[in-house]
Design a binder for this molecule. Structure first.
Ligand code: FAD
Ligand code: DHB
Length: 394
């Protein structure tokens, strides 16, 4: 078997890259470890930066987003019930969109089905080889049959646990673990807020997001080793009521249809490139979810990588590919610092050595939020980063 670009992973990064290549008339095959049903069932991120929305529009992949996405003009930040709106439109003239990753993946996949794209599900043992030369391959097992895919380029869009990163000799990583995670729920209840609410509270962080005008998405900071079995629906709503509570505002409760706990991590590799192999998305970096940057970073990577691959394959111009890793990592480190800053500012840091140190820490976080509420400069900076940095390989 032969293709031009072998893409490992059919998450948002792999699926979107496939569309970018298709539109430039470049052949690709996507190899995915899980089943189509599993892929469509994964509930993850929910916020698209304006740059991500623009990319989907440019590619003509925004029909579902335009129908179902919710345009948001800012976010609410809160501590101990004190709520403040940060208006992105007024501050930096930009918006974000609420559109679930699950909906995006379903739409990208449906469009691939319409095009008859070559996507292979439930393949195992994917293994890139020959990456130093001009004839790389990816071997894999499909339905028990060992197969080899010859190609010009390999893209590891295979997430944090993928094989792409492990195929780069000498690669190193920079990382930070957090001693907490997010308990996320989906609930059948109309959102109780217009824009998302991010709240710092003495009991820990809480957030109110949404998926539609009928479905709310809410999160609670929990310890990293907590079990979802210890969180009954009643306990979850109690904690959300306490942490999100604000005078004159009501959090409406509804049936919880999904709940799970996600650990939090910051992680960046030393390089996204080895010979003919390129990493994109979670394969190369992970952020804690507080700034809503994971999915957007994956879209930024494949937009830059896609343009570079098209220039190389169509025009023989390798400069984009040569600069891809540096350009994507340079953007990623800015995103990393923003996500870490939002996470540190809004979460309870229980690991401080004693009650006094914890109190000092909490009060300085409140000071940071109060500074933000009163400073247009600080709000502009937050708005600029939340709404999204440009995607560029130049
Ligand atoms: P993925 O979506 O991980 O896709 C990689 C794909 O590669 C997967 O389908 C996987 O099955 C496949 N794969 C892996 N290994 C192989 C292999 N060896 N062979 C073939 N296929 C393989 N971000 C936010 O901004 N906000 C959130 O609220 C948020 N919540 C999250 C919750 C969870 C539980 C997780 C895990 C992530 C969350 N994220 C969130 C991050 C965001 O979802 C990711 O950044 C995004 O999915 C990255 O897309 P990707 O395509 O790079 O990777
Ligand atoms: C959602 C997730 C985030 O990480 C975030 O910062 C905002 C919203 C969400 O799932 O809706």
């Amino acid at each position: 078997m032969r293709t031009q670009v072998a893409i490992i992973g059919a998450g948002p990064a792999g699926l979107l890259l496939g569309h970018i290549l298709h539109q430039a008339g470049i052949g690709f095959t996507i190899l995915e470890r899980t089943s189509r049903e599993h892929l469509l069932g994964r509930i993850r991120a929910g916020v698209l930066e304006q740059g991500s929305v623009d990319v989907l529009a440019e590619l003509g992949l925004d029909a579902d987003l335009r129908e179902r996405g919710l345009t948001h003009h800012g976010i609410h930040l809160q501590h101990d019930g004190e709520r403040h709106h940060v208006d992105f439109v007024e501050l930096v003239g930009r918006t974000v969109s609420i559109y679930g990753q699950q909906a995006l993946v379903a739409h990208l996949l449906a469009e691939h089905d319409r095009l008859g794209s070559d996507i292979r599900f439930e393949v195992t043992d994917a293994a890139p080889a020959g990456l130093d030369g001009s004839n790389p391959t990816v071997s894999y097992t499909d339905g028990g049959v060992a197969t080899e895919l010859a190609c010009e380029f390999v893209v590891g869009a295979d997430g944090y646990h993928g094989v792409g990163r492990r195929s780069i000799p000498g690669i190193t990583a920079f990382e930070r673990d957090y001693p907490f995670g997010w308990l996320g729920i989906l609930a059948d209840v109309p959102p109780s807020t217009d824009d998302l609410i991010y709240a710092l509270h003495r009991d820990g962080f809480a957030m109110h997001s949404m998926r539609s005008l009928e479905v709310s998405r809410l999160y609670l900071q929990v310890a990293h080793d907590e079990s979802i079995d210890d969180w009954s629906d009643a306990r979850i709503w109690d904690a959300l009521q306490t942490r999100l509570g604000s005078d004159g505002w009501t959090l409406h409760e509804g049936a919880i249809t999904e709940k799970s706990i996600t650990p939090m991590r910051s992680f960046v590799v030393s390089t996204l490139t080895h010979g003919r192999l390129f990493l994109a998305g979670d394969a190369g970096h992970i952020v804690p979810p507080t700034g809503a940057k994971g999915l957007n970073s994956a879209i930024a990577d494949v937009t830059m990588l896609g343009r570079a691959l098209v220039r190389s394959i169509r025009e023989g111009d390798e400069t984009g590919l040569a600069g891809y890793s540096d350009a994507a990592l340079s953007r990623q480190w800015k995103v990393q610092q923003f996500s870490q800053w939002m996470t540190d500012m809004l979460h309870l840091h229980r690991e401080a050595p004693d009650a006094s140190a914890r109190d000092f820490r909490y009060r300085s976080q409140v000071g940071q939020l109060e500074y933000l509420f009163g400073s247009r400069h600080a709000q502009e900076s937050l708005a600029e980063q939340y709404a999204g940095l440009p995607f560029t390989t130049e």
